[in-house]
Write a protein that binds this ligand. Structure first.
Ligand code: PEP
Length: 249
């Protein structure tokens, strides 16, 4: 079944102490509240094990995982290590990983397989850059990202994926896709999934929107029939900014 989800992506922000405080404060703010979505925070790797015991209703995720199982890969963190902290989610294919760390669709495919093998739910990011949007090739770009990284999965494994459409030109820029642009792309993504895996899989997959989502625009974005929540960067770094987005459902 499709779920509404609001996930925070803390990126490379917050010391361990600051992260712990933020996680505790967010959990406290949610205690006793009924919200109409799953809430997730994706923290830096080193925060995971400390934050896990503090969360009761909030899901915990990492922002990346290695494309290898284990071994001599200095500085890398495996999906198994992430799972061993208690985290249940991992962002894979964020545009910053694609742009700054050379992560290709083929590499991301390996990461997805390892995440799934270790019981983690991948939050798989897709999205076009500004030049691609301006040339009208956004659908082809997003279709290719999905096909090359995800479409060798079984229908059962595809059912474990959460998708996040993040137009790169909207990330951290204050420039949000319009509600109509988000709906149009999300509907296209659902159609693409349907063509490969059938109607039920397309109906069941959660597709989040990411890109300068905030308290002021979340409700309008989430009201679209194919927008199932948000992946939130900047506005996930304070309870005051994040909570209204959670409550936008
Ligand atoms: C993100 O990095 O996933 C993101 C959506 O960032 P922001 O909300 O800051 O645009």
């Amino acid at each position: 079944m499709r779920k509404n989800i609001v996930a925070g992506n803390w990126k490379m922000n917050n010391s361990l102490q600051e992260g712990l405080t933020l996680a505790k404060d967010l959990q406290k703010a949610l205690n006793g509240k009924t919200v109409n979505c799953d809430v997730i925070v994706c923290t830096p790797f080193i925060h995971l094990a400390s934050i896990a015991p503090e969360l009761t209703s909030i899901g915990l995720g990492a922002q990346n995982c290695a494309d290898k199982v284990s071994g001599a890969y200095t500085g890398e963190v495996s999906a198994a290590m992430i799972a061993s902290t208690g985290a249940k989610y991992v962002i894979i294919g964020h545009s910053e990983r694609r742009a700054y760390y050379g992560e290709t669709n083929a590499i991301l495919k390996e990461k997805v397989l390892l995440a799934l093998a270790n019981g983690l739910t991948p939050i798989f990011c897709i999205g076009e850059v500004l030049a691609e949007r301006e040339s009208g090739s956004q659908n082809a770009v997003v279709e290719k990202q999905i096909r090359e990284s995800l479409f060798d999965l079984s229908v059962a494994d595809f059912g474990k994926i959460v998708l996040a459409y993040e137009p790169v030109w909207a990330i951290g820029t204050g420039k949000t896709a319009t509600s109509a642009q988000a709906q149009e792309m999300h509907a296209f993504i659902r159609k693409t999934v349907e063509a490969k895996y059938g109607k039920q899989a397309a109906e069941d997959v959660s597709i989040l929107y990411g890109g300068s989502c905030n308290a002021g625009n979340a409700a309008e974005l989430f009201a679209n029939p194919d927008v199932d929540g948000g992946l939130i960067g900047g506005a996930s770094l304070s309870v005051e900014k994040f909570l209204p987005i959670v409550e936008a459902f």
